[in-house]
Design a protein around this ligand. Structure first.
Ligand code: ADP
Ligand code: MG
Length: 712
């Protein structure tokens, strides 16, 4: 017919071009429609006016109303990149101004930047970018910048006026992370010094009055959202195993309800991976009986970004999506189409006791406010259901009303060091939203003093200033500095990069192909065992085991095949490699590589210099590596108990146990002294990533610390 005729006159190239244009127009139209359909859109002009009028504005709105994705775009469209208040004012360096937006979590910063890039129609790192630790995706062109709150705190150190920004939005302020709380104090001060600077504090419905009062009665802008009723279902009995209960509930929903996706709240990556594997295995078994397919979508920070994106995909007809998330999905990420929420009722939290100085990660009941927020996720697009895997009694009696802000329950030494380096020395009188206890502050100062970051007068030392420059915990930063004088920065950088991944390196679950019988293959556990029982790895505990794995990975050309052959997670190794590259670059910039190392490296950071060493040289190098860690982690030292089956912390004699995943687990004979990287509280206090140390080192590095416990 006619149309066909007209079309056939076009060349293939032209046809492709027109098709591309048509699709782009369609895309823009859908995006515009979606943007206009969000609740904040109706308030666009009022919001822009309010930001121009008030130096500090609190924005409150139901999650999913468009605060995070839209507000920075509105400000950009209103010209805030040209100058504060949308007026043309040149920046000193002639650059454009940035519109910043902080997020408590890495996943949110990257996911939102990717979404907003799509909406704006540029690639991530172009007009819209993000910056998270060890991953900066911004360029000179970037005007809308999403970042973690921790990264903005670092930016304060290099540019205390935030002169690149005309406006900053502190998002998810109700989460009250440690970094957000410190930022609020710094930004409050900045806002009185830079009257043209604009500050937005955005939060879910809780706490808005408190933020307003803190910012001298700043106005609150309320974005009304829609919300449908959600029916709540409790269990009759406490659940012994909530992972199992959650899996069962997923299938009950799947077999009894026609539509609606499912969102499951769990506490961490481990649980999410386990449950994803359980669900997939059960799906395979039940494949014949299922009317519609079940699509399992896990989400956590370490998941590759293409896979993270899956949670936002529209669910195909005749299928159902199950999203497995942590409390990241409570407010930071909104997934459309969720009609069912399954809530385990727990959260993983950092706990720190200023009395014992013991910090540990523990899974604890979440707050009622969190539980209600989680339930609310089921009622965004229609009436929903929330299945709580705990009893009504626990909800009423075992859960706190609101979460405790992180600043009141965590180790403060990292932020205290950063504040000291910003020249904020009178911490007791700093204007905190919630002041940490004097004990917690003193404990942090003591720890920094014992690490040599502060002197007797509490002033920042040269060492402290260097430590503050490093984007890691003060104890790890101290190891790096020690390794610099001990000529083993190369290796310590490797170990530190591996430590963060140590939990994922041996996990064999996800590397196995679907349908493969696990018992037919040597398991990941055997492979872990192989590395852990090497004679010299055992001498150096988990730290040198990790180094050995890294070195082999590097020697084998970072090969995925080598990882498969050894049942090691290539993805985890790749992440460690990325962190290592960044950390090594920073160490070079800070001149941390020892003279001996530089000679051996010919200027480059050869990662595997151990290979060419003699046995003797290698042993001496290993001792220096271990000493570097002892220098940073003497506070985490523990001594073998008399019975020999557990350890006691040197400082307070608390019982602690070697984690079963450690190279030192059931080692014969057990080392008399160990240091650990972290404590995990599960059934007991477990030390994860342990290294034997000599008593002499402890006495040498921390005489003041161990005065009372007999260190020389
Ligand atoms: P708020 O910050 O008010 O909670 P958001 O701006 O995060 O709201 O979300 C607005 C809308 O954008 C929601 O409908 C959400 O589903 C969608 N959205 C947000 N992030 C993404 C993403 N990464 N991919 C796809 N859609 C997204
Ligand atoms: Mg948001």
């Amino acid at each position: 017919d006619e149309e066909d005729d007209a079309d056939s006159k076009l060349t293939a190239d032209e046809k492709a071009l027109w098709e591309k244009i048509r699709r782009e127009e369609e895309r823009v139209k859908t995006i515009e429609d979606t943007r206009k359909s969000l609740p904040v859109f109706q308030y666009r002009d009022q919001l822009i006016e309010a930001v121009k009028k008030y130096p500090v504005l609190i924005v409150v709105g139901q999650t999913g109303s468009g605060k995070t994705t839209q507000l920075p775009q509105y400000l950009y469209e209103a010209g805030f990149d040209k100058g504060p208040l949308g007026k043309e004012v040149a920046r000193k360096d002639g650059q454009k101004f940035k519109i910043g937006c902080t997020q408590p979590r890495r996943v949110a910063a990257t996911a939102v930047a990717s979404r907003v890039s799509d909406e704006v129609g540029t690639r991530v790192g172009d007009r819209v970018g993000y910056s998270i630790r060890f991953d900066d995706r911004t360029s000179e062109k970037t005007v809308i910048k999403y970042m973690t709150d921790g990264m903005l705190l670092r930016e304060f150190m290099s540019d205390p006026d935030l002169s690149e920004y005309s406006v900053m939005m502190v998002d998810e302020a109700h989460e009250r992370t440690l970094h957000t709380d410190i930022l609020l104090g710094l930004l409050k001060e900045l806002s009185s010094e830079r009257p043209e600077f604009r500050l937005l504090i955005s939060s879910a419905t809780m706490d808005s009055e408190k933020f307003s009062a803190y910012f001298n009665d700043a106005p609150i802008f309320n974005v009304p959202g829609r919300r449908f009723p959600v029916s709540i279902h409790y269990t009759m009995q406490p659940e012994a195993n909530y992972l199992h209960a959650a899996t069962t509930t997923v299938f009950q929903i799947h077999f009894s309800q026609k539509e609606g996706d499912i969102l499951v709240f769990l506490t961490g990556q481990d649980e999410i991976e386990t449950m994803a594997a359980n669900l997939r295995a059960t799906c395979e078994k039940l494949a014949g009986q299922m009317e519609r397919q079940l699509i399992v979508c896990p989400i956590y920070a370490n998941l590759p970004q293409e896979q993270q994106k899956l949670i936002f995909m529209k669910t195909p007809a005749n299928a159902r999506k199950v999203v497995l998330a942590t409390n990241i999905a409570e407010t930071s990420l909104t997934i459309d189409g969720i009609a069912n929420v399954i809530d385990c009722g727990f959260v993983k939290e950092d706990r720190y006791s200023p009395v014992t100085g013991i910090q540990s990660l523990a899974v604890v009941p979440c707050s009622r406010a969190s539980a209600d927020q989680r339930a609310g996720r089921a009622g965004r697009t229609g009436p929903g259901k929330c299945f709580r895997l705990y009893t009504r009694w626990s909800y009423m009696n075992e859960m706190a009303a609101t979460p405790t802000p992180e600043i009141l329950r965590t180790n403060l030494s990292g932020v205290v060091l950063q504040m000291e380096s910003l020249g904020i020395t009178d911490l007791l009188h700093f204007d905190f939203l919630d002041s940490p206890s004097p004990e917690a502050l003193i404990k942090a100062l003591e720890q920094l003093y014992s690490l040599g970051a502060l002197n007797e007068k509490g002033e920042l030392t040269w060492t402290g200033a260097k430590m503050a420059e490093l984007p890691c915990d003060p104890m790890l930063a101290r190891c790096l500095l020690a390794s610099s004088s001990l000529n083993c920065c190369t290796e310590v950088v490797s170990v530190i990069s591996m430590l963060e991944e140590s939990n994922s390196i041996f996990s064999g679950r996800t590397s196995r192909k679907a349908g493969e019988n696990p018992s037919a293959q040597p398991s990941a556990a055997t492979s872990a065992e192989k590395f852990r029982t090497r004679a010299d790895a055992r001498l150096g505990g988990d730290h040198l085991t990790l180094l050995e794995i890294w070195n082999q990975f590097a020697t084998n050309g970072f090969s995925p095949q080598w990882c498969r052959d050894n049942f090691i997670q290539y993805r985890a190794m790749n992440r460690a490699r990325n962190v290592r590259n960044q950390l090594a670059r920073l160490c070079r910039k800070m001149n941390l590589y020892g003279e001996e190392e530089i000679e051996e490296q010919n200027g480059a950071d050869s990662m595997i210099r151990m290979e060419s060493m003699s046995r003797d040289e290698r042993d001496r190098l290993k001792v220096r590596i271990m000493k570097s860690f002892a220098r940073g982690f003497f506070a985490n030292a523990a001594k073998l108990s008399r019975s020999g089956d557990y350890y006691q912390t040197l400082k307070k004699h608390q019982p602690v146990y070697v984690h079963p995943s450690s190279a030192l687990f059931r080692m014969v004979p057990p080392p008399k002294y160990v240091i650990y990287n972290e404590l995990m509280l599960t059934s007991k206090e477990f030390m994860r990533n342990c290294m034997p140390v000599s008593e002499r080192w402890l006495g040498e590095y921390a005489p003041h610390y161990y005065r009372s416990s007999g260190g020389k």
